[in-house]
Design a protein around this ligand. Sequence first.
Ligand code: GN1
Ligand code: MG
Length: 375
Amino acid sequence: MSQPFPFDPAQIFGIAGELLGVEPLTSGHINRTYKLQFPKTSIVLQKVNTAIFRDIDGLMGNIFTVTEYLRTQLAAIGGDVDREGLHFLRTVDGALYYQDAGGGSWRAYRFVANSYTVQKIDRPETFTRAGRAFGRFGRLLTDFDGASLAENLPDFHNTPVRFAQLQEAVKQNAAGRKDSALPEINFAAEREEQYGRLVVLQAEDKLPVRVTHNDTKLNNVVFDKLTGGALCVIDLDTVMPGLSAYDFGDAIRFGANTAAEDERDISKVSLNLELFAAYAKGYLSEAGSSLTQTEREVLPFGAWLMTVECGMRFLADYLNGDIYFHTDYPEHNLVRARTQFALAADMERKMGEMERIVSEFSLMHRLHSVTISPC
Ligand code: GN1
Ligand code: MG
């Protein structure tokens, strides 16, 4: 069959059999992703966005090191190494990725058989399962040496830096869009004194630096078609040293929103507290015992912070002329920023309740011991 690739993936990555089908997977905003069907296996093939990930060797080195480490950890706790861990393929030449004649960088991993991903929560239990998967991911990496990782996107969740980048985008007004985004620019500016809270606690050694996923969207969790349980997490591009509040927070930002990330009708946007509680329950049941009390205390704030931060990133990209995130229409990034800010405003109203929920589950799981129950 004809392929949208300038090479033969089967030959390059040593996959047996004829390519039967190609399906684009379009939920990511950065890389180009395809699912390839072969007679006996499915493969995910991705063209990495090297304008963003400039150090492709560092990136792929991280991914192989982390996935291999996770497999060892999974084996040690009796997990299913093939389905609960990702398996990246080397090229037949032994390389970690393939560079095509035009300079494009491609990587491949095995699609987990009988699995699916979701864009929106159908019922709270699904989100609890996602929480367990990300909580477990963090816990399994507790002893992994973060210093061995290339920091691909430095200051990725450094919110004061993200605010400074937004201010710069406002100043440059490169796409001439500033006047159409004044309420959003003001929303971000009014909250500036909050942005340093976590990085200050980190600098004071009151929050430990961990190896975190940093992009904990619901659609980065792989679920089992047979049981509905969460198997593993994908999209390891941003695995870097970070704070647990970033991973908890970004998951809430995306999954506990009553609307889509790019919903145009702001009145549909709010924080679903039931979903918030569902995720907190799952996350803390896996990660709770390895987190310090301060880490647990700042989780609700992390949800707010990641939401405002993501809004600032969308807004800065709108002002810069859509040079970072893939967009489908000219105001797409502005719509996304508005959605994030509406969600953050709702979290401000519900912060007391969010804190109460987290403290309740923290008490429950403080003495939780490590188990190998399925997610
Ligand atoms: C990007 O491509 P995707 O959807 O996995 C972004 C995340 C944002 C997210 C917003 C490397 O992730 O940080 O939170 O969009 N990834 C990168 O939807 O910037
Ligand atoms: Mg991602």
